[in-house]
Design a protein around this ligand. Structure first.
Ligand code: E4P
Length: 219
């Protein structure tokens, strides 16, 4: 299972990378705006800065919504660095753009996916990654994890190569359930990754080991 961090914050990306478990980064226009990154040149420079931290797989989202502009924008984003994966929304022109990119060797991440039908379309178009949003489905009383399970099953039945990238992951149980289901990738904020570390028995156990060692050493 791959871990992507879902942020445009360079310090958080560096922290996750330094932990040694990071496989990639996802961003979106809201996350870029949160970091105060605006204007074409700044956005491009920021993507480059992210690529300089991690080994591969940095999703950069197009903001165009028609085929021609998406292709132009996606090709321009892909030219920033070989590590870029072009993130494309699940709309009609987005599906066409994904097909175009897949035929031209540009990796894609199909985003804003909320149904199995959309997942089938994206796989048929040749998306590299598919991002179903778990948390946003949970927010409106649909079980986001059920969707991940359904898509993983369909992709396995047909041997689709598109990787299921569980997104909008809000807490550690989302991540653990995605692992049980067999999602290929999970993208989540830093606190979800570091949240996996936590266990009170680890903390109390370590405290006792250190105390016993100090006592035995006469400290
Ligand atoms: C995915 O790539 C998105 O950036 C992200 O996971 C959305 O998460 P949110 O619903 O917490 O905003």
């Amino acid at each position: 299972m791959k871990f992507f961090i879902d942020t445009a914050n360079l310090a958080e990306i560096q922290e996750a990378y330094d932990l040694g478990v990071l496989d990639g980064v996802t961003t979106n226009p809201s996350l870029m705006a949160k970091e105060g990154i605006t204007g074409d040149d700044n956005v491009r420079a920021h993507y480059k800065a992210i690529c300089d931290i991690v080994d591969d797989k940095v999703s950069a989202e197009v903001i165009s919504t028609d085929f021609e502009s998406m292709v132009k924008e996606g090709e321009s984003l892909a030219a920033i660095d070989d590590k870029i994966v072009v993130k494309v929304p699940m709309i009609k022109d987005g599906v066409k753009a994904i097909k175009h990119f897949s035929q031209n060797g540009i990796r894609t991440n199909c985003t804003l996916v909320f149904s199995a039908g959309q997942a089938i379309l994206a796989a048929k178009a040749g998306a590299t990654y598919l991002s179903p949003f778990i948390g946003r489905l949970d927010d409106i009383s649909f079980d986001g994890l059920d969707l991940i399970q359904q898509i993983v099953h369909i992709y396995n039945v047909y041997g689709f190569e598109t990787e299921v990238l569980a997104a909008s992951v809000r807490h550690t149980m989302h991540l653990i359930k995605c692992a049980e289901i067999g999602a290929d990738v999970v993208t989540c904020p830093l606190n979800v990754i570091t949240g996996l570390l936590k266990h009170p028995l680890t903390d109390s156990g370590l405290a006792k080991f250190l105390a016993d060692h100090a006592k035995a050493s006469g400290k």
